[in-house]
Design a binder for this molecule. Sequence first.
Ligand code: HEM
Length: 407
Amino acid sequence: MSEVETTEIRSYPMARSCPLRPPGEYEQLREARPVARHLLPSGRPVWLITSHELARRVLADPRISSDRTHPGFPLPYPIEDPEALRGLFRFSQSLIGLDPPEHTARRRLIIPEFTVKRVQSLRPRIQEIVDGRIDDMLAQGSRADLVQALALPVPSLALCELLGVPYADRDFFESRTKVQINHNSSLEERQKANGELMSYLDELVATKEEVPGDDLIGRLIVKNREAGTLEHGELVALAALLLIAGYETTANMIGLGVIGLLENPGQLATLADDPSLASQAVDELLRYFSISDTAGSRVALADIEIGGETIPAGEGVMALSLAGNWDPAAFSEPERLDITRDVRQHLAFGHGPHQCIGQNLAKMELEVTLTTLFRRIPTLRLAVPAEELPYKGDANTYGVYELPVSW
Ligand code: HEM
């Protein structure tokens, strides 16, 4: 391997010089070497894929694995203790860290819960949740932190709807999810909230095993009785995975979506004039921000020839969604937010067999939240300049920690 040029990455994700644009290196890499070998801060090698076409190709390749415990999996930071590693990724084993054929079978079981039809049946409740939060914002004055007031509660309560969390438990659920990801909470507070949530999910599954309700967990319990496919522990792990995968991601995207539209008033006006563009606008915002820096982290199980390079078996691969989604070969003038462009092939939800299973839900939440917010508060504006907001440059999922707005 020594003859292959390898660049060291000192911090991951890479730093951005402008908070609303990808790191400059992405463009340089795409132009010079769209499949390039790097060393992560963990010391593990990784091949970064920065072209849209090659990212799609590698993510659809059956010779890659999503197994986080594989010694070649591209962990950005070192985790020496194998126990800690297993603990960190224990929920991945319910879906996202599985390979075929286990992955295919598990996904087939869960996918009916995320069809357009099923998700649309949740829409009236999501609309009520969004309206309720905006009522509270308006009642409290003319300023708010939109992250606390809207971006965090909406996906948390949407998950309650999905999982069938009873109304009486929703304040508990929402408060603990908030603490769990709040950067101002101490490590102890976060761990405590996490422990309480996991015990709660365990009890929730146990209650539904007694009396399955008409919700995701209830339906999977019934299916399990028929087919014997998902045990108690696996259901708890799946519920936890949905929480991990569907909460902060959607919340971050709500915050950034608001910033994206306020910073592009022409696009906001186009959307206000023609609300039928909402779905396309959400996809364009997803492309523009690509909050999950990697569309997929994998390890090669065989030598893979791609883009004129050979990724050797056992080495990591990261298909960078933000780099692929700003590839001018796929999206002309990628730096222009254009809610009318055809953006169907974006990589914000990944690509291939692990493509986001919750994407219909995330998109519906974003559509309802953004269109309702700007319809009900047309004078909404940022209370501080966009470039001065506290961005999550240090996190895998991009977003803002706070979003002060006024109206
Ligand atoms: C997978 C992004 C919302 C559940 C993924 C992947 C990406 C992604 C990039 C692919 C990971 C990979 O290939 O390794 C996002 C973004 C979201 C979002 C940007 C919000 C804007 C949600 C929601 C849920 C969800 C709302 C469910 C409630 C999942 C699950 C997987 C996944 C379970 C794993 C699928 C599999 O392995 O087959 N997501 N996601 N996500 N997402 Fe999402």
